[in-house]
Design a protein around this ligand. Sequence first.
Ligand code: PLP
Length: 360
Amino acid sequence: MSRVYNFSAGPAVLPEEVLREAATEMLDYRGTGMSVMEMSHRSEGFQQILHQAEADLRELVGIPKEYRVLFLQGGASTQFSMIPMNLMHNGAADYILTGQWAKKAFAEAKRYGDAESAASSADKNFTYIPDCSDLPIRENADYVYICENNTIYGTKFHQLPNTKGKALVSDMSSCFLSEPVDVERYGLLFACAQKNVGPAGVTIVIIREDLIREDIYAAAPTMLRYKIHAEHGSLYNTPPAYGIYICGKVFQWMKERGGLSAMETHNRRKAAVLYDFLDHSRLFRGTAVAKDRSLMNVPFVTGDAALDAQFVREAEEAGLVNLKGHRSVGGMRASLYNAMPLAGVERLTDFMAEFERKNG
Ligand SMILES: *Cc1c(COP(=O)(O)O)cnc(C)c1O
């Protein structure tokens, strides 16, 4: 068996300890004689897994009791419609457009009401985060929406926008659990699991209780109502049971390693290694504005598409995989989620230095 350093933006690297433990429980989960994949979601065994996962997540993040945690399906993209359907009581919402995921969410919101762009960084291909300290947030806006970490462009809101008292809704798909988060600053935050938390198929929503209401978009399907999932404790229908089980193991893995502040320290150290290299390189350069750089996703280029392709190819041969950038930025992208070890980033920068010597 040989494992590679996987820099994929998602689905992404998971902690090897978690995968090993899941492997030992694959055929017989703790004396039940079956895999978690084969268990009824109504069984005591699975209820225990679900409750433990929520309890560990609450402890890890410090989720206040007036917030509900929902384990849903449909990926982050389903939240793009669920949010306006459930939260647009006045029929209006203001979106901050910092990349493709925010734009997609904005396009969905327009189906249900009066969604407006309050700010955008489209003018410079989303390489920065606009100043959001004094935006024209509308009086009747039900919420202000952001994509907090822009997976494709490698930017992050290091300061949350001034929402002028409106509820903040955040897509945290690619930064959730990478550092401490002050949940009380949000009305709703959500993340698909496959970036930093677990396997694809689980979407975690953390929502303030007063935002879970009955009087929502009338034609909203039952499955797209927060209230239904909250009332049934994420068991209205069959949840993504195996995925939740793996997420639970990842939460425990993070707790054992010191929780979210330890994750932040580890992530800052890794990102610093790569950004320092980029800032001193003669061949490679990062594409995001320095002050808005993400700790999780680092896009970079040589400026020569053929050389970029050669780099991606040779890196793969050296066991450094999934470094090809998103087609809208080009070049390369290294995603450095929690489970990426520091040694992986050091191997990458060593490889980049060698490539620069040969081709620079
Ligand atoms: C990956 C990603 C999405 C899309 O997630 P799906 O689960 O594929 O719908 C949305 N937003 C952000 C920030 C992402 O990184």
